[in-house]
Ligand binder design. Structure first.
Ligand code: SF4
Length: 97
């Protein structure tokens, strides 16, 4: 069966260019980056708004293999939430295997 892209149900990171009213409008984000956390690697702070206004973002890829929802470096959670953790945006749906 084809895998469905996990949607971002809410994002509290208001200063991200892709964020409008706690919704992510990037077509697809990447989770996981240089930090040890499940950070949102797509976050960007810029004067210009990014993304597509009538689209809710999904998880295009997740590099956090230690998460129980991770299957072959893709997210299989029905949806994720993103929030601030220690000053950077993290996937708060992350759950250790
Ligand atoms: S999920 Fe990431 S890219 Fe989307 S609004 Fe939040 S911080 Fe920005």
């Amino acid at each position: 069966m084809a895998m469905k892209m996990s949607k971002i149900s809410a994002c509290d990171v208001a200063d991200c260019s892709y964020n409008r009213n706690k919704e992510c409008h990037a077509l697809a984000i990447t989770v996981g980056g240089p930090e040890v956390c499940a950070c949102c690697d797509t976050y960007v702070h810029a004067a210009k708004k990014g993304g597509v206004a009538d689209t809710i973002g999904g998880v295009g890829a997740c590099k956090v293999d230690s998460c129980t929802f991770n299957t072959n470096l893709e997210c299989s959670a029905p949806g994720i939430k993103v929030g601030l953790h220690q000053g950077h945006p993290d996937c708060t749906t992350f759950k250790t295997r």
